[in-house]
Structures are given as C-alpha cells and as structure tokens.
Design a protein around this ligand. Sequence first.
Ligand code: ZN
Length: 308
Amino acid sequence: MRFFVKTLILSLVLCASTAWAEPLRVVASFSIMGDMVKNVGGEDVVVTTLVGPDGDAHVYEPTPTDAKAVSNAQLLVVNGLHFEGWMDRLVQSAGYRGEIVVVSQGVTPRQMKEEHEDAAHGEQHHDPHHHGTIDPHAWQDLANGVIYVDNLIAALVKVDPDHAEAYRRRGAAYRAQLQDTDRWVRAQIATVPAAQRRVITSHDAFGYFSAAYGVEFLAPVGWNTENEPSAKDVARLIRQIKQEKTRALFVENMSDPRLIKRIAREAGGVVGGTLYSDALAPAGQTGDSYIGMFRHNVPALTAAMAQN
Ligand code: ZN
C-alpha cells in the first residue's frame, strides 16, 4: 500500500512536471524545415527558423542572433546533403553540443545534372551551389518529405521523450497529408500530355521533382543562385527553347527574376509565374508551407505546360 501511494505521488509529480514543462527549443535551418518541425512538434516545441521566407539558404550568412538561437537550442534540424554550407561554422561559433538531426538521412541522393554536362565538356566550374556533385533539393519529392518527417519524429522523441506520443501522433497525421499531396501531384501532372511536360527555371532545384513526377526542367549550365550564366549559356538556352517550342518559363521566389524575363522575351516564351523551390512564401500567402508549396507550384506548372 505504501508502495502504491509512493508510486501514485511520483506519477502525479511527473504528470505535473510534464504539463508545465517549457516547450522544446528547436532551431531549423530554413523555412521548409521550420514548417515541418511546427507540424510534428505542435505546441510542444518553439521553433526558430534561421533562413526565413523567400530567403536563399545557398548564400546565407548567419548573424549573431542566429548563433545565440543555436546556442540556446535543444535540437537543431538541418536538411544536409551539403545544402547548409554555413552550418558547421555556425554550430562551432555557437558552441552547440546538442542533438543535430539531418532529416535527409536515408533518401537516395541525386547528382546535380550540370556536373555531368560540365564533365562531358571538360570544363572546370568552380560552383559553390553544387557543393560537390550531390543535389541537396531532396524535399521536392514528397516521398522524401515522408523520410524527413520520420527522421524528425525520431529526433523529437529522443530529445523530448515525455512528449513521444504527441510527436508520433502529429507526425503520423502529417505524414498522411504528405502522401495525399503526393497522389494529388501525380494526378495533376497526368493531365498534361507527356511530350509537353517541360519547363525552364532559374536554378536547377527540381531534379528530385523531375525524377519523381516526370517533368523535365531545363536551366543553363552553371546557372544557380550564386553565379550568373555566361552569354554563351544564355544563347544556347534560347536556341533550345525555340527548337523545342518550350513556352513555360518560371522564376523562383528566392532568385532574381530579370534574366528569366529577358530569356522569355527573346525566346518567345511566357513567364508562367513563380515557383517555390528553396524557400516558402511569407505567412498568409499561398506557398507559405511545405504542402502549400506544392499546392502553388503544381497548378502553375500544369497551366504553363499546357501551352507548350
Ligand atoms: Zn537551391
């Protein structure tokens, strides 16, 4: 009986401490990671996102405020695949020794397309966007998004086991939403004849999307968020657009739209709108969540591709 009472009191104390616990302090490297953490973590976490909406994580320079957020964090969430090239130094300067979850762990990495072309042409490009040959944009395939969420659930459960059940419950619901969205994307793309599934974008961020959903994305060699393409590259792309009669051109929310607009003019294409690739839209706009990004991009793509 005494044992029972002791156990009861202990349980009450544990329950009370859990109920009144501060939310887990999570730092996410960029907006898409931040949104995933909010979906799985819910009220049990407070999320600080380093590279916010419309921000370009490829060329980001961390601030002292970021270092402070990282040093106070209890979990750090990164994409990995060499996307956040600035993260190692930030972790060091912040003196962070806590848990780091690389949510892309377990995805099948793709090679950057341009690297093959560069090798074929025997050119030596110094191109920091590539960070080697791995394509970091794995979140553009929702099946990878599911892997991200599984990694995230496991990390949250490990760091904050008191809320394990809530993380698993929210994670499972979010996972199901991603799978629904994946089916919806496939159905939308299927409405466009296969020969017309071709678009031009301003940096090569859609390799995983392309492989998963059967849409061909073109971008000139060496064209990314850090390097302007050469006049020769631009001329080659304009020739290709005219030859293939590709009319669907897109700008991306985190890069300069001027060049793609010029190419559209010269090649006789149309700018079909903005695609969200590496960053979400500001809160309240379409594309302000990971799922919202697909809900925005896919109808824009199908409408533009129908004109090819
Ligand atoms: Zn990118």
